[in-house]
Design a protein around this ligand. Structure first.
Ligand SMILES: *[C@@H]1O[C@H](CO)[C@@H](O)[C@H](O)[C@H]1NC(C)=O
Ligand SMILES: *[C@@H]1O[C@H](CO)[C@@H](O)[C@H](O)[C@H]1NC(C)=O
Ligand SMILES: *[C@@H]1O[C@H](CO)[C@@H](O)[C@H](O)[C@H]1NC(C)=O
Length: 392
C-alpha cells in the first residue's frame, strides 16, 4: 500500500513538472501588468484611482499624449484594461498612444485591478460582489469619465468599448442622459444589448442557466476571481502552448464567443491566459441570463415584490435606448456568436444617433478579434482612427 502511494506521488509530481505542465519559460509579456507593458512598448504610464459613489476603488491607467481630447477605453465582461494592451505593439492602447492620443483605460469593479472598496472586503463581504453590468455602467463609468474630464480640464472625451463594456455605456447613457454630452463619440465594438438571436451552445447556456444557478452553492458570489481555484487551473493549463489550443480555445473560448484561429495564434495564448479571464460576479451572470430568457434589455429582476419596491413595477423596466443620444459608431463582425449581426441590427434601429455602422470586411471576424486579433493594425485600427478624427 505504502509503495503504491509513493508511486502515485512520484507520478503526479512528474506529471506536474514535466514539460507538459511547466513550460520552459513564459513569454515576458505574460508576467507584466498594464503599466509594465505600456513602458515596455515605449510609453509613460500613470496609475490613477477613482472612487465610485458607492465606495468601489477602481484603477485607471493613463498614457498621456499630445492630443487634447482624452480617449477612454472600457473592457468587456471577465476582462480588464489589459484587453487593450496585451497585443503590445499591435494593441489598441499602444497604437493610439503612438498616434499621440491621451489614452485612458478603465477597470470595472471586481477585476484584479479594481478589487477594493472603502468599506467592504472582497474576500469576506459577499455584498462586494453584489453587482452586474448595471452597476459598472451606473456607478463605475460616470466616476471614471468625471475623473478624466476633471484631470484634463476637458468638457468631453471620446470612448471605445468592447462587448459588455458597451452594455455599461448603454446603461449609463439611458439612466443618466446628461453623460451623452460628455462623449464626442462612442465607438461600440461588438455591442451587446439584445441577445435574441443566440445559437447553441451559448443559447443553451442561456436556457439552462437558472438550473445551473440552483446547483451552485449560494455561498459562491463570483467566478474566475484572481484568488479562485478555477482561475489558477486556467492559468496553469491555458498558458501551456500546445495544450492551450485544444482545451482553452477550442473547447473553451470558441463555443462561447467564437474565434478565428488565423487571428489567435498559439504563441499568444500564454500571454492571453495569464491575464484573462478576470472575475465575473454571479449576479452579472444571472442578469445576462434574464436578458436572454426575457428577450428584453432590462434592469435586474429581483422578483415581483422587490421589483415593486425598487422600481415601482412588478416587472423590471427596460433601459430606454431612445435616451442614448450620443454619436455612436458601431463595429461588428459576421462571425460573432455573442454579438450576433441580427441583434446588432435590431440595436441599431433603436439607437437615435448611429453615425457609423461598420461591418468588418473579414468574413470570419469574431467577437474577440476586436481586442486580440493579430491583424488589428491593418484591419481595424485605420477605421477606428478615422472615426476618432472625424468626431473630434
Ligand atoms: C504593476 O507592477 C509593478 C511592478 O511589480 C507594481 O509596482 C505596480 O504597482 C503594478 N501596478 C498595478 C496597477 O498593479
Ligand atoms: C515596438 O515598436 C517600436 C516601433 O516600431 C519598436 O521600436 C520597438 O522595438 C517595438 N517594441 C517591442 C518590444 O517589440
Ligand atoms: C458561430 O456559430 C456558427 C453556427 O454554429 C458556426 O458555424 C461558427 O463556426 C461559429 N463561429 C465561431 C467563430 O466559432
Amino acid at each position: 500500500m505504502k509503495i503504491k502511494i509513493t508511486w502515485l506521488v512520484i507520478l503526479v509530481n512528474s506529471a506536474l513538472t514535466s514539460s507538459l505542465f511547466i513550460p520552459t519559460q513564459l513569454p515576458e509579456d505574460a508576467t507584466l501588468n498594464y503599466t509594465q507593458l505600456g513602458v515596455k512598448y515605449g510609453h509613460k504610464v500613470e496609475e490613477h484611482t477613482v472612487v465610485t459613489e458607492d465606495g468601489y476603488i477602481l484603477t485607471l491607467f493613463r498614457m498621456p499624449g499630445k492630443r487634447k481630447t482624452p480617449v477612454f477605453l472600457m473592457h468587456g465582461s471577465g476582462d480588464s484594461s489589459d484587453a487593450y494592451m496585451l497585443r503590445g505593439n499591435k494593441s489598441m492602447a499602444i497604437s493610439l498612444a503612438n498616434e499621440g492620443y491621451d489614452v485612458w483605460a478603465g477597470n470595472g469593479r471586481g477585476n484584479y485591478y479594481s478589487r477594493r472598496h472603502v468599506k467592504l472586503d472582497p474576500d469576506t463581504d459577499p455584498s462586494f460582489w453584489d453587482y452586474s453590468f448595471h452597476e459598472r455602467g451606473y456607478y463605475d463609468l460616470p466616476a471614471i469619465i468625471d475623473y478624466i474630464l476633471e484631470a484634463t480640464g476637458e468638457k468631453s472625451l471620446q470612448s471605445i468599448a468592447h462587448s459588455q463594456g458597451t452594455m455599461n455605456f448603454f446603461v449609463l447613457l439611458s439612466s443618466k442622459p446628461e453623460y451623452n454630452d460628455k462623449l464626442k463619440v462612442f465607438i461600440a465594438m461588438a455591442p451587446i444589448a439584445y441577445l435574441h438571436n443566440l445559437i447553441p451552445p451559448v443559447s443553451i447556456i442561456g436556457e439552462i442557466g437558472p438550473f445551473i444557478n440552483q446547483l451552485i452553492p449560494s455561498s459562491v458570489h463570483r467566478i474566475l476571481d484572481i484568488k479562485g481555484f478555477e482561475r489558477s487551473v486556467i492559468e496553469l493549463v491555458c498558458t501551456q502552448e500546445g495544450i492551450s489550443d485544444l482545451f482553452c480555445v477550442t473547447l473553451g473560448v470558441l463555443p462561447a464567443s467564437g474565434f478565428d484561429p488565423k487571428r489567435l495564434e498559439s504563441s499568444f495564448l500564454p500571454i492571453l491566459f495569464s491575464h484573462y479571464p478576470a472575475a465575473i460576479s454571479r449576479k452579472n451572470l444571472l442578469h445576462h441570463n434574464q436578458l436572454i430568457s426575457n428577450k428584453r434589455f432590462m434592469h435586474y429582476d429581483y422578483g415581483p415584490k422587490e421589483n415593486m419596491k425598487r422600481y415601482g413595477f412588478a416587472v423590471p423596466p427596460e433601459y430606454n435606448l431612445r435616451k442614448v443620444t450620443a454619436k455612436i459608431a458601431i463595429f461588428f463582425g459576421n462571425n460573432d456568436n455573442l454579438s450576433r449581426p441580427r441583434d446588432v441590427e435590431y440595436l441599431r434601429t433603436l439607437l437615435p444617433n448611429v453615425v457609423e455602422y461598420h461591418l468588418m470586411k473579414e468574413k470570419e471576424w469574431s467577437h474577440i478579434d476586436f481586442i486580440y486579433g493579430n491583424d488589428m493594425p491593418e484591419t481595424l485600427f485605420p477605421y477606428i482612427f478615422q472615426v476618432l478624427e472625424k468626431y473630434s
